[in-house]
Design a binder for this molecule. Structure first.
Ligand SMILES: Nc1nc2c(ncn2[C@@H]2O[C@H](COP(=O)(O)OP(=O)(O)OP(=O)(O)O)[C@@H](O)[C@H]2O)c(=O)[nH]1
Length: 318
């Protein structure tokens, strides 16, 4: 959850959520279902079945370490009868959830001095712009006042796309021309947010990983410039990851971690891939809070990360 008021969703909306997540993760869960179906045919998994399960989990992008951990936890379990797919799936979901749960974290932008300043980072195309738009929608729906800053000046179309989201969600918008100084725009965004007594400033940044030195220089320049207005800024630095890149998401986290502090993760495009298991690999490897998952292009397709619901949807339990 993101904002005080946003916590007060009605029960019908809360019930609707797992269904959407289940649909969003269908590609990942059916891939996993195909490979684990043959494993759960015994009351207790023997060594061959455990090895097969571990392979299936690795193939579904959960990573070797999480796969080994899950397989060894399931080695100790007994199922009540042979070929009990649901029971075995429940046990698998519980083990996946055990890895994810410590990373489940609410993004609370309602506490602390206003405006809360949020930097959004990630490689180009990962879904930063769309995620900012969706966050803006969640915030403005909850009556928060939002300013969006287009400090990713790399592509003119990206600036326009962000402007459309700002208009659609009723957020103020700060931008300049393509190639303009990103730190200057970030500074103007925070200045505007202060002047307008906004609750949240969402700042889009460019994420050209090809040149780490340049990226680091740009991000630190942005941080220096916004700290002239608020020495505690940014209050949040969200890394947006595209699930379709699979294991490559892990190296993106490492690369960005080496140039800046990351306070939380958003994983997008889970609906477009069978590689949803990568979130489990991430949770196992990095102690970084996971705030949201994206399961579609519409505003309502950005969902607060729920470890249990995610684990269940991933193994095909609706
Ligand atoms: N299916 C699906 N598509 C998504 C999701 N999130 C973003 N997209 C799409 O992914 C594409 C890239 O998203 P952007 O938000 O433009 O990515 P960006 O990181 O801002 O990229 P640049 O503008 O190049 O910096 C767009 O076509 C989005 O509509 C998602 O959760 N599911």
């Amino acid at each position: 959850m993101i904002w005080g008021l946003f916590n007060k969703r009605n029960p019908a909306e809360q019930q609707a959520e797992p269904k959407g997540l289940f649909d969003g993760l269908r590609k990942s869960s059916s891939k996993l279902a195909d490979s684990i179906g043959a494993v759960f045919t015994k009351e207790k998994l023997d060594a061959a079945a455990l090895a097969e399960l571990e392979d299936a989990l690795v193939t579904s992008d959960m990573g070797a370490s999480a796969a080994a951990r899950i397989a060894s936890a399931l080695a100790d379990q007994r199922f009540s009868r042979e070929d009990n797919q649901t029971e075995a799936r429940e046990a698998l979901a519980a083990e996946v959830a055990r890895i994810l749960k410590p990373r489940e974290a609410t993004l609370d932008l309602s506490a602390g001095p206003k405006p809360r300043i949020v930097l959004v980072i990630g490689v180009n195309g990962s879904g930063k712009t769309t995620t900012i738009g969706k966050l803006s929608k969640l915030l403005t729906d909850a009556q928060a006042k939002v300013v969006i800053g287009a400090a990713d000046t790399f592509r003119a179309a990206a600036i326009e796309q962000l402007q459309v989201w700002a208009q659609r969600t009723g957020a103020s918008f700060v931008s300049s021309h393509q190639g303009a100084d990103a730190a200057g725009i970030a500074f103007e965004t925070v200045k505007r947010a202060k002047a307008e007594n906004a609750d949240v400033a969402l700042i889009d940044t460019a994420g050209r990983l090809q040149n780490k030195t340049e990226l680091m220089a740009e991000l630190s320049k942005i941080v220096r410039s916004i700290r002239k207005i608020d020495e505690d800024a940014p209050h949040e630095t969200l890394l947006v990851l595209d699930a379709t890149v699979g294991q490559n998401a892990l190296s993106q986290v490492e690369s960005f971690r080496s140039v800046t502090d990351i306070t939380g993760l958003v994983m997008t495009k889970l609906d477009g891939t069978a590689k949803g298991g990568v979130l489990v690999a991430l949770a196992q490897r990095h102690a970084i809070p996971i705030h949201f998952v994206g399961v579609g292009e519409k505003a309502e397709d950005l969902r607060p990360f729920d470890a249990t619901a995610f684990a269940r949807a991933l193994v095909g339990l609706g």
